[in-house]
Write a protein that binds this ligand. Structure first.
Ligand code: PBG
Length: 329
């Protein structure tokens, strides 16, 4: 066919490239994860996440206003819980005056239109650092699901728009949906972490919340009995279809970059919005390499976020939400 077909004609200059470009990033694509800590006037940098912070509630207000003014319309909330409030059952997770419940109200006070989503899993509240309740060295499924449904209800009562279960217990979406319906929270949505893999990329996050599984006798060392095996593809679709049947409004794939084949598989199989979580380890890698001058920070961020969208994400939970929104403006 050469020279009749020359693909480079469509790449000649930015004008023609922009005309044929298929995927675009806008601040609407980003959801900002926020780490929240008890206290006043606290903005603590997370050691393994340079330029990312835990905020106390007073400083959270301004952060949320800044995000909104950059065009970011949703936040995903996580709390760092004081050690003395942790137990095996996550009792503190349903405290109506707990840190998460107050954080939800704080965000809504600062920017009422902000779409507030909350992480639902026991790990920040667990003395063992697991997403569910432990008995005899095992993470119990059904008992954990009951606790998680009550946690989701508590977030809805505090004003969350969506609850985001990240625990990977079986059947939790159904029980959560039923609980929310019965209690009158028919408009509270569920964003399910549907295809969440047992990934080594969550390390910096567990530093941020001090929520890593503890190293103790009879406590599972990792989350492999509930999070998915990174080697598997088919069960990502199975998990996701089941969550949709159980009532998930939005489904998620997590982490991002290593799992873009899964994102595309799911995109081809479902008709609900898909979010992708570009996780803490992905953030840390880019930060570390660009601090060394080995990667172009800004270019790499936009390339990765574009790739996630191209794979099929409708939006992206990313620690680069602010940076990317600024780069796009
Ligand atoms: C809690 C939870 C985790 C993340 C989100 N929710 C950690 C884990 O499952 O161990 C990880 C997010 C990140 O690494 O950025 N269940």
């Amino acid at each position: 066919m050469f020279p009749l077909r020359r693909n480079r004609r469509l790449r000649t200059n930015e004008a023609i490239r922009s005309l044929v470009r298929q995927n675009f990033l806008t601040p609407n694509d980003f959801q900002a994860p926020l780490f929240i800590v008890e206290g006043k006037n606290k903005k603590e940098e997370i050691a393994s996440m340079p330029n990312y912070f835990r905020f106390s509630l007073d400083l959270l207000q301004q952060e949320v206003k800044d995000l909104w003014s950059l065009g970011i319309k949703s936040v995903l909330l996580f709390v760092k819980v004081d050690d003395q409030l942790k137990d095996n059952k996550g009792t503190e997770a349903v405290n109506a005056d707990g840190l998460m419940q107050r954080a939800i109200k704080t965000v809504k006070d600062a920017v009422p239109e902000m779409v507030v989503m909350t992480d639902v899993a026991l790990d920040p509240y667990s003395i063992y650092g697991h997403d569910g309740i432990i008995e005899n060295g095992k993470v119990l499924n059904d008992e954990s699901v009951k606790a998680l449904a009550q946690m989701a209800l508590s977030h809805a009562q505090a004003g969350a728009d969506f609850v985001a279960p990240s625990d990977m217990m079986d059947g939790r979406i159904l029980v959560m949906r039923e609980t929310l319906e019965t209690e009158g929270f028919t408009n509270t949505g569920i964003m399910s972490y549907s295809a969440k893999f047992a990934s080594a990329f969550y390390g910096p996050f567990r530093d941020a919340l001090d929520s890593a599984p503890v190293d103790a006798k009879d406590i599972p060392k990792d989350k492999k009995t509930y999070q998915m095996d990174p080697a598997n593809r088919d069960e990502a679709i199975k998990e996701t279809l089941m969550d949709i049947e159980e009532g998930a409004d939005i489904v998620m794939v997590k982490p991002g970059l290593c799992y873009l084949d899964i994102v595309r598989d799911i995109k081809n199989n479902v008709n609900v919005p898909i979010s992708v979580y570009q996780v803490s380890g992905e953030y840390a890698m880019i930060k570390a390499a660009s601090e060394k001058g080995w990667l172009d920070h800004d270019a790499v961020i936009l390339e990765q976020l574009t790739a996630i969208k191209r794979a099929g994400a409708d939006f992206i939970a990313t620690y680069f939400a602010k940076d990317a929104a600024k780069l796009l403006s």
